[in-house]
Ligand binder design. Structure first.
Ligand SMILES: N[C@@H](CCC(=O)N[C@@H](CS)C(=O)NCC(=O)O)C(=O)O
Length: 243
């Protein structure tokens, strides 16, 4: 039987959420690396919805399409092995943490795309093969693709102070919830830890994140991360034990 296909962006936190859940449940997939803007029409066709703006990760299994990292994780839970990521007893908490992680990720992306557009080296590191074979000639395309993501996903009205406050609010919630505890929901590893761990990667990327040296700088928010050392240490722990 053909393996399901995961369309993803290697460095994207949303894609990492889906990959982590799929690998936790030992669900094998074929990988298709998305090229923003260029693959947009292809994604609409593959996702069997020409009108809806597609996002990645997207999982395709025959006629079934999962269009969101949470939906992919739930699908993996139904068919995979391993401990549940959405235990009934704490399911509502897990979903609330996924929403909190989403707020952090949205605010972090608004700031990240600005830094990315200002770094030729990081833009070039983000170009996937085979386009990366073009070398510096791929730069205009990388810039267009990043601008496309910004216009598709980033609200132009949020100020830097607002996005910083949004990130800090979520990190404060995480810090408070973790006081004296190892995991965010209940006493075991759940999708709450995956979602928040991936969100933290957008302000302090873990060493295992697939980022080149220029991208690593662009993906970091050292001033914010420095205020939340216990949250970064928690993310390191869950990556080391569960990824
Ligand atoms: N709620 C969605 C959000 C996914 C999302 O925002 N994906 C962005 C990541 S930057 C994306 O698809 N970017 C590429 C594009 O729009 O072409 C999920 O959790 O999967």
């Amino acid at each position: 039987m053909a393996l399901p296909t995961l369309v993803h962006i290697p460095q994207s936190a949303w894609s990492e959420k889906a990959r982590w859940a799929l690998e936790h449940h030992v669900v094998p997939t074929k990988s298709l690396v998305h090229v923003p803007m260029v693959y947009e029409p292809l994604l609409r066709v593959m996702g069997r919805d020409l009108l809806r703006k597609p996002t990645v990760p997207m999982l395709l299994d025959g006629r079934f399409v999962a269009r969101d990292s949470l939906e992919i994780a739930r699908w993996a839970e139904e068919r995979g092995k391993g401990s549940p990521l959405f235990p009934r007893a704490v399911e509502a908490e897990v979903l609330a943490w996924n929403e909190a992680a989403e707020r952090l990720m949205q605010a972090a992306r608004a700031r990240l795309v600005e830094r990315l557009l200002a770094s030729d080296a990081a833009l070039l590191e983000a170009v996937p093969p085979p386009l990366s074979m073009l070398g510096r000639a791929a730069l205009p395309l990388a810039r267009l693709g990043t601008g496309f993501i910004a216009s598709k996903h980033v609200s132009p009205n949020a100020s830097r102070a607002e996005t910083e406050a949004a990130i800090s609010r979520v990190l404060e919630e995480v810090e408070a919830a973790l006081a004296g505890r190892e995991y965010l929901a209940g006493d075991g590893f759940t999708f709450a830890d995956i979602a928040v761990g991936c969100a933290v990667n957008m302000i302090a990327p873990h060493a295992r994140q697939p980022l080149g040296p220029a991208s690593r700088e662009v993906w970091a928010e050292p001033a914010i991360a420095a205020c939340f050392p216990s949250v970064v240490a928690y993310r390191d722990r869950i990556v080391e034990h569960h990824r």
